[in-house]
Design a protein around this ligand. Structure first.
Ligand SMILES: Cc1cc2nc3c(=O)[nH]c(=O)nc-3n(C[C@H](O)[C@H](O)[C@H](O)COP(=O)(O)OP(=O)(O)OC[C@H]3O[C@@H](n4cnc5c(N)ncnc54)[C@H](O)[C@@H]3O)c2cc1C
Length: 325
């Protein structure tokens, strides 16, 4: 078996396979494997996943979030953490050899090729995002700052990377809208001034209209390559690990591919509804966001998001009311 991609989905899957005694080769194109800044998660759900591969969640917690600001509205939050994703990926692949080479998925003649490259094989649309690590004057400790621009269908965020409140990931992404504009709006709203920038990355979040193929001949996709990142909140780490577990389970119990396909399709279907919400957002921004978030609450079994979503809702209602005044 070949595993292409040593980000969170590929390394977690590799670790599960190693545990089962399955032979595989793990590839990645770059030493900066899946490191892009994207580290918000849920403590209890992540703990369950890491327990399965004998890793201790507390070794990866950079910051425990106690509150959010969403368009100026403050909301308390429990169980939400920012994790050290590079360290997690490093530890997941400890003891596993990685070959640094690009894999051409559909041309590989192995019995099974696991596509953990973050790139779906089917047609998808891209939301451009940027993110950078900054040092700033002290903000409130253990606090996430969010700015939603409903009319531009976009969002900017600042996630603390330590409990002290002066090191942040500052990022933004929008549908047909410039991340830089959203980032400036966030900084103006919360008076965030970046003193030093340590690194910057650009990446797309994929959204799609219909079910995208997950198994094509000998290639099976997991993680973001299977379309499992939620377009509205951008949450993809836990869903990536979930798909790795499903694939491992279906292989172990000889129910592959059907049981794997059924589970991923269920997840994709819940994500597809967001497509409708994104389109509605263009004409009726607040209504579109509400619809997308309501769907998120209904299908929350895949994600850590319910609590976060409720606070997003409060932000939307507040923005809506203030825009009417
Ligand atoms: C700006 C931004 C913020 C985000 N914030 C969050 C967040 O706060 N919380 C959260 O849960 N999720 C977040 N996400 C989503 C999350 O980062 C991803 O969904 C998740 O990391 C996907 O993991 P993956 O392993 O499937 O793919 P990736 O992390 O993309 O890993 C794919 C790996 O495959 C390698 N690769 C690519 N092509 C090839 C090839 N041909 N051959 C070999 N190797 C290849 C790449 O180098 C990479 O290492 C965010 C995403 C973005 C863009």
């Amino acid at each position: 078996m070949i595993i292409a991609g040593a980000g969170v989905s590929g390394t977690y899957f590799a670790r599960l396979m190693k545990h089962e005694g399955v032979e595989f080769t793990l590839y990645d194109v770059t030493g900066k494997r899946g490191h892009q800044c994207a580290w918000g998660s849920n403590y209890s759900l992540m703990k369950k996943k890491l327990d399965k591969v004998c890793l201790n969640i507390d070794d990866y917690v950079l910051c425990r979030i106690k509150q959010y600001y969403i368009n100026g509205v403050k909301i308390e939050l429990k169980n939400f953490i920012v994790i050290d994703k590079p360290k997690l990926i490093e530890d997941l692949s400890r003891g596993i050899e990685i070959t640094y080479r690009s894999i051409d998925l559909l041309k590989t003649r192995k019995k099974m090729v696991v596509n953990a490259t973050g790139k779906p094989l089917g047609k998808h649309y891209k939301i451009a995002t940027t993110q950078r690590k900054i040092k700033t004057a002290k903000l409130e400790e253990q606090t996430v700052y969010i700015h939603l621009n409903f009319r531009k269908t976009g969002c900017a965020w600042a996630f603390p990377l330590s409990d002290e409140g002066n090191l942040f990931h500052l990022g933004a992404g929008g549908y047909e809208c410039s991340p830089t504009l959203l980032e400036n709006e966030l900084c103006n709203r919360y008076d965030i001034e970046s003193k030093d920038t340590y690194c910057t990355c650009r990446k797309n979040i994929n959204i799609f209209k219909s079910i995208i193929p997950v198994v094509i001949e000998n290639v099976v996709s997991i993680g973001e390559a299977a379309g499992c990142v939620y377009p509205i909140t951008g949450e993809g780490i836990l869903p990536a690990m979930e798909t790795a577990e499903w694939l491992a389970h279906s292989l172990k119990h000889s129910t592959y591919p059907q049981s794997y396909l059924d589970r991923v399709e269920e997840m994709q279907e819940s994500y597809n509804k967001v497509w409708k919400a994104w389109n509605l957002m263009k004409k009726h921004p607040h209504l579109g966001w509400m619809l997308g978030l309501l769907d998120l609450i209904k299908s929350s079994k895949f994600r850590s998001a319910p609590q976060v979503t409720k606070s997003f809702m409060a932000g939307i209602v507040w923005d809506w009311l203030t825009s009417l005044i």
